[in-house]
Design a protein around this ligand. Sequence first.
Ligand code: SF4
Length: 223
Amino acid sequence: MTGCQNEPAQPCCDLSSSHCPKFSARQSLLIRDDAYGVDEASHPRIAAQLMASPHAQKLQIVVNRRSSQQPQHIYRYFRDLGATFLQFIPLVETEDSGSLSPASVQPEEWGAFLVAVFDLWVREDMGKIRVHHFDCALNIWRGHPAQIACDGAALPNECRECMVYRFCHGDCPKHRIASGKSALCAGYRHFFTYSAPHMKAMRDLLKQRRSPIELMALLKRSQ
Ligand code: SF4
């Protein structure tokens, strides 16, 4: 995915620990809790860590298998804490057998997670909060080149012939499985296909020099 260049490079606030490292000249705060997921039990720790960070409005959130099953909860929680930028980073770990680890997000769940967050964002929060995957997809719909840091030379034909290739580019090489495509392939296909009508509507509004935020009102009226 185009987020390849955005692999976690930020200081990590590990929520399984009571210690939060100091954040200095960084731009955002990485939220990761591989052991427990971001659930109600971790809220006090998250809130305390965010308050201690100068970058609490720009968050990178690692999504593991457990947290992938709570998309609305995760999104609303960080939105209501005042975040203005969210980047969701899927946890993808492969075992020696080649299968995903139990903590890893599953492809279908990753797609469902992105779709559920998109549905909330496009109806409630456009203009208030930015979500990295949505920004990237809209930029590509508008004709801007994808920000790719990955070499696509080794991608299988399935990727090169894929309908969502221009958005996904086979995902980050770290996430690819033996077939050469992403372990999260099904999820990306689902999300980019599902979001396409709304993305096209936003692109068309922008072409008419109108705000894409008008889509929120249009969706409300159609409910
Ligand atoms: S086939 Fe899968 S991994 Fe390859 S570009 Fe399409 S969605 Fe991405």
